[in-house]
Design a protein around this ligand. Sequence first.
Ligand code: FAD
Length: 527
Amino acid sequence: DSNAPLSQLIALISGETPPSTFKSRSVLYWMRMSDLRLRDNKALSRASQKAKEDKLPLIALFIISPQDYIAHDRGARKIDFLLRNLAALKESFSELNIPFHTASITPRKSIPSFVLSFCEKYGAGYLFANYEYELDELRRDIDVHACAAPKGIQVNFEHDQCIVEPGVLTTKQSNAYVVYSPYQRNWLATLNANLAYFLEDCPFPEANEESIRSLEPFSCLFETPVPSSLDGFQLTENDQEKMREVWPEGEKFAADVSSRVTQYDKARDRMDTDTTSRLSAYLSSGVISARECVRATMVLLKKNKVEGDRSSGVGRWIQELAWRDFYKNILTAFPRVSMGRPYLEKFSNVVWENHKVSGVGRAGTGDEDVDTLKKWKTGMTGVPIVDASMRCINAMGWVHNRGRMIAAMFLTKDLMIDWRVGERYFMEQLVDGDLSSNNGGWQWCASTGVDPCPYFRIFNPHNQSLKADPNGDFIRHWIPELHSLKGSDLHNPPRELADKLGYPQAIVSHNEARERALRRYRNPGAK
Ligand code: FAD
């Protein structure tokens, strides 16, 4: 393991750039899937400053890359959210007289050459973009740099996704942190010691002169429409309508952080109350910047430092943002985790129940296992809190963190189905699907990741249910079959009652499943 691709790219960028021989007629900002905003956007802000200094027009580009979406298991909801935000951005850019061009490029390996010919065609001698930390994307950007340098085109990448960028925090032995608590302590201390650097406010882009609209060749760039859907990523009309209502596009919907998090310390684990920020869709697509979230909490606490105090709602919330940085740090330091490898290799031979999902885990055999997986996916396992969580994901593209943990723990420990199968399914469904957080969450639940839940601490879903949904409102909402039940009957319906209400009986006995999981984890390779 190494953070080779990221360090390689950083080294390339920070190396001496030969004097540009390129005759610039514009500055290009290349927007990525994780920076869908104008406000507080580092690469865009830098590009705008450069354009102003050199008195050049700023132009913007977004590349739609269906092959990348497939490779990353991105689902239709995430793509719909992307396209809706792009359409809103096109309007915002247009108000600033900045042309925003979207192009769909396949195969993805041709993206670097497309970008370079775009630069040549529109005379962009300076290219600005924010880093994307996934392996394929880092390799693509290394290629972009390699193609640009000989042409004298200057390529600039900025760290924008995290509050404290990957690679900055290391242990005393200069290794990447693999335990969260010391990482989080160092994160907070480093952040506070360098507030101006990490929370740098990036100025809003300056408008181009009105005249750019009539300038050849830029005028045609204003014309490109943003597609409203992509082949292979279509939502049903119903789903599309629901997503628009629950996750509206645009920067203004993400803006009011403060009102969302004040109860966070007390009720953040309750699935029946709306006490988390529900900002993940906006954060993972960069519709709001993580820096802005931190600044908002400082305003809220009236403090001029970042307070990660567990006893306040806001302080507790800040720590969740550190988890996000932590998992991005893990992704860049140990890229193998995103290639289907467990971080803890000792668990790579854990025997999973067979399933017919190609390319993941062990080859499948029995049809009944596919059926088990289907029951988990559709919320028909007979364990109400698991089913309610899965039905919530299927309907909204989102569920509370506790619901994700319970459903993921159930799949991996009670059903002994490979965590990679669940990881993929979540990515396909979630509107906030993010490789590093999703992989981190799954490997935590499967006990294979960095600082994971120990394999012997297996959630009892019924006890979890009582804590996370004490009045049963969450379960009743998502499982109308159980609407008439209360108390323990609701959390763990007796057989006869379940039959009568048309709700399935539990597909496994938790106690037996627990024994099987312990046996297989204790002795990887054994049945
Ligand atoms: P809040 O509780 O308000 O937290 C604020 C923000 O902090 C979140 O929006 C998110 O950006 C970040 N955050 C919170 N908890 C975590 C965490 N445990 N790990 C990383 N970041 C965190 N989060 C995603 O953004 N995308 C995913 O694909 C994703 N998959 C997950 C899969 C599993 C199995 C698990 C257990 C967790 C996953 N998470 C994922 C983390 C977490 O569940 C969500 O970020 C959170 O539920 C989003 O709701 P919120 O915005 O109301 O969060």
